[in-house]
Design a binder for this molecule. Sequence first.
Ligand SMILES: [Zn+2]
Length: 703
Amino acid sequence: MTHSTHPQLLAFIVGPFEYIEAYTSGEHNGSPVQVRVYTLPGAVEQGRYALGVCTQALEYFAKVFGIPYPLPKMDLVAIPDFEAGAMENWGLVTYRTIALLFDEKYSSIAFKKQVTYTVCHELAHQWFGNLVTMEWWDHLWLNEGFATWVGWLAADNLNPDWDVWTAFVDGDMPRALVLDSLRSSHPIEVAVCDPSEINQIFDAISYHKGASVIRMLSSWLGVDVFLAGVRRYLHRHKYGNASTGDLWNALGEEAGIDVGRFMQLWTKEIGYPVLNIATSDSGEVHISQSRYLSTGDLESHEDEVNWWVPLSVMTHNSSAVEPLTLTNKSQSFNLPADGLFKLNAGQTGVYRVNYPRETLLRLGEECKKGKNGLFKNTSDRVGLVADAGSLSVSGEQKTSAFLELVIQFENEDQYFHYLNRTTSSVWSQISGHLSSIISAWYEQPGHVLSAFKALRRHLFSPLAHKLGWEFPASEEYLTAMLRIVVIPNAGYGADKRIVAEAQDRFWRFVRDSDATAVHPNLRGIVYEIVLQHAKDEAEETGVWEAILRVFKDTSLPTDQRYIALSKLGDTKSQALVERLLGMTLDSEQIRQQDVIYAFRSLGSNMHARTYLWSFFSRNFDFFHERFVNSMKLFDILIKSSIDGFSDDARINEVEAFFVGKDTKEYDRSLRQAIEAARVNAKWVARDRADVEAWAEKINALGW
Ligand SMILES: [Zn+2]
């Protein structure tokens, strides 16, 4: 039987591939489906893990979508040169090698989750995207946002111990919210008039904000009701086209409410709200909403949307979450007047909450009480940190308030036993915001930067010493993830024991070829710590060249080679920065698709940023021509070269460079990169004195 297929979704692959195969159980598909993973010769066993994920996920999706997978076979192909992460051709999905292959012994476990998710995401498209296709590009988000959400749903089903939804709150959701806090963002549903615009909307808004609003809706309706609505939608539109409105209609019929009425605010309007909380003596709590901009300079004509906001309030008075909603600009609610409540239970709502500074710090105290406090689950602690960190960027909150909040997490190792393994996402969120502050403050005086180092040691070293460097086979996934977060932070904080251990292990690994000296999960971290703490340029060059040899070792799994490549940019040495930049011009040295890893690491390295921009602008025409058919990758080159700056003079220079250029193909990325740099500049100007005063206090403590 043949099916009509969207021309974009047809692919033929010819090449010297090897494969392994397996069959699904057939439990929900009616009969077993043949699954094969194809790789270049020699790597096929690294496809074993994805093969297992695929056979399980095909049955899972047949169950949740209520429609069997329509083809008798599913092929997954790892392609060495590939622009996208993966492409969901019907019955044959192509992947970047790194998105599909995983070696149980030699790969880093961080990639295990990524492979699981990517395989599930692409399989979901076989229904959502291929069985039902989008009417037009305006509805791209419907494919991508949904596949992202349901990809994580399947990953959670396969690995409940990974706590993937808390990781979503720590990772995917902030990616969306950071981008969507810029004026140069776009609504989820965006009109596409020109083919050059299509590439530019395959971004964190379509994928991660799309998934976030779906998660918000599914939490509000209940996941079972939501999935019943999805089945209704798929049955109604299979082998046809559909639009966003069709999904809202099917969900609304299932839930008995007008879903489109409030969801269209989320998909048709740019941005999302920040809620401001004010308590009064009368015991009423006023909550108001306005659009959140990380530049912190919202004008009234930009603030005309009243979002539908599910408040999901947690209080001490009740164990149940109160399902209140905010639908006006400002409303009063009967909530504890002492301010001890947390909105956005489970962090499922797409908004930020601005608590008064004193309340924020009291909520920090609540975090310490574990299950006896207000914060019953990890997502809420991650959300508190995420909101406070972001609101300090835009000026709703002071940066020192955020820094004081995270200090309250000190000694978390003492209550580690009952907060348990799930703390890795909290620490990862804290780490990310500290890195953002340090990155923006990179041109500030040394005593300020040393206060940040002291804070990192103070917070992360006790946990790093407690967890150690080994990964016992019986260990839970999230304990391993916690170690992967805390060791580098202790290292960035120049913890002497951690740095010495990293150096010792590094040389045993590269000089004595002792592969057990550095676990694959820690290699990138060790490279970075050892590069940062080299005592002089000669030592740093030796370290750098050893990492370069790892990158060039084709016998290693792809993830290990990429980890090495993406750390080569972490050097302080101008000569080494320039060597790496030179390598990006030569596809014999760094494949075209992999240049982004070098650019990303150079852009996030405060010592390399200026050279990167100068190099990129000098070679702009070369890169533009080379990436003319890979504009998604070119966007990453632009962003990496620009968005780390935090002073206006340099940003003006960047703007001047593009005057008179035809920027049509990369216009959105360019505007976003420049705006992100302006956000940094405003932030530092606004809070320079605030952070300076905080740093003096910290330095006096002698941590
Ligand atoms: Zn997709």
